[in-house]
Design a protein around this ligand. Structure first.
Ligand SMILES: *Cc1c(COP(=O)(O)O)cnc(C)c1O
Length: 405
């Protein structure tokens, strides 16, 4: 049987690889020959695991959500990445890559960010390690995500507002790549998701795989078996999903469900549903599915959730969808909002708007009472409160009266 993990050449089926300009070849090659050796060394693992435990607060709980389970007629466990330091799963990856950078002798850290969550995670780890940090962010996003910009500055990072293109994540990524080209000797580029040229998607998936490593142990304690019937996660670039499914990729007993952002609807032109609407192309160094027009120009994605509006998708996930290993649902803005209010009212947990897309997939699925479902709550909703407030009307969950709001 063919594995769904990356192969020797850096491909997941037809997707992945490293399509990079000549000038970056040395940087990416240096990373490729070093990452496995470092990530698998005892010394790295000890420091990484100690920080995940004492600084991030891992293991994150696996929580049996009783009222949500009753509603959907199965046993739903929530993997609580929202309880991590800085409020999401991104810190797992940022810590791992910065530790790797140190071991490669790099003193200057750069990162791209869209909504600012990955920028904050990277700036946090650089503060912790006393490293210089530069974060590239589209000017539009700098204006939209003011609080995260202030957080990064307070943490000591320099935030560069990018004014090319649409001034969003794609343009920030281009600018970060340009910086890396100019400073290959001392600079390490921390990518925030399972995207970019090989070895980034595999490296980020490995660093996030602590999520499924914990799920295995926790499920064994709760259910007496170490695998669920369903794993559910949202997909922007794919890192929280990759972490959730990593140790189950080749275990066909486990069904994988991915939720991408439908935006206002996949037929409206305002969508980020890359798997459903994308065609193969190359973006930021990888061959993957991509929102593009007839001429191959990259289309601007749209989602109410800033963390999900990337025009590409990780090559691992593109392959899982193409091979029908994963079921993919496009969850629209209004469906995600409804799911966020539902979780809040049923369980007292306000999820990130990204995570609410994973919750929105439950509506589309049919369960048997004995089914065990693990759904990753990738982050907390504090950053999305103003969006939730603006959409409060009529979103009362089952049994909740509107007057209560
Ligand atoms: C960034 C982010 C995502 C999307 O990124 P992935 O790499 O697909 O996980 C999802 N949820 C939260 C809370 C995020 O901050």
């Amino acid at each position: 049987m063919e594995s769904y993990q990356v192969n020797q050449e850096g491909y997941y089926g037809p997707f992945g690889g490293a399509y990079i300009p000549e000038i970056l070849h040395r940087c990416v090659e240096e990373l490729r020959v070093n990452y496995l050796r470092v990530l698998e060394s005892d010394e790295f693992r000890q420091e990484f695991n100690a920080l995940l435990r004492d600084y991030v607060g891992r293991p994150s709980p696996l929580y049996l959500a009783r009222r949500l389970s009753r509603k959907y007629g199965c046993r739903i466990y929530l993997k609580r990445e929202d309880l991590n330091h800085t409020g999401a799963h991104k810190i797992n990856n940022a810590i791992g890559q910065v530790l790797l950078a140190q071991r490669m002798g790099k003193r200057r850290i750069i990162a791209e960010t869209g909504a600012g969550q990955h920028g904050v995670a990277t700036a946090t780890v650089c503060a912790l390690m006393g490293l210089e940090c530069v974060v590239y962010m589209g000017k539009t996003d700098v204006e939209r995500q003011h609080v995260n910009v202030e957080r990064m500055k307070m943490l000591g990072a320099r935030v560069c507002a990018v004014t090319s293109g649409n001034m969003t994540l794609k343009d920030a990524t281009n600018e970060a790549i340009r910086d890396w080209c100019c400073h290959p000797e001392d600079t390490y580029y921390v990518i925030g998701s399972t995207v970019g040229p090989h070895p980034y998607p595999d490296m980020v998936a490995r660093l996030q795989s602590v999520i499924s490593e914990e799920i295995k142990k926790q499920l064994l304690l709760h259910e007496g078996r170490d695998y669920p019937d369903y794993l559910v996660a949202c997909v922007g670039g794919g890192s929280n999903a990759a972490g959730t499914i990593y140790h189950y990729l080749d275990d066909e007993r486990v069904r994988i469900v991915l939720a991408e952002a439908g935006g206002k609807g996949t037929d409206t032109g305002l969508s980020a549903a890359t798997i459903q609407l994308g065609r193969p192309g190359i973006i930021h160094g990888a061959k993957t599915l991509l929102l593009q027009d007839e001429d191959g120009q990259i289309l601007e994605p749209y989602s109410l959730s800033a963390g999900l509006d990337y025009p590409g998708i990780g090559p691992m996930h593109a392959n899982l969808a193409a091979k029908h290993r994963a079921t993919v649902y496009a969850i629209n803005d209004d469906e995600a909002l409804r799911a966020a209010f539902e979780l809040t009212r049923l369980e007292g947990i306000i999820p990130a708007l990204e995570s609410a897309h994973a919750l929105g997939a439950l509506e589309k699925m049919r369960f048997r009472p004995q089914d065990v479902v693990v759904l990753t709550v990738s982050g907390r909703g504090d950053k999305d409160i103003s969006t939730y407030l603006a959409h409060m009307d009529g979103k009362g969950g089952e049994g909740a009266s509107k007057v209560d709001y």
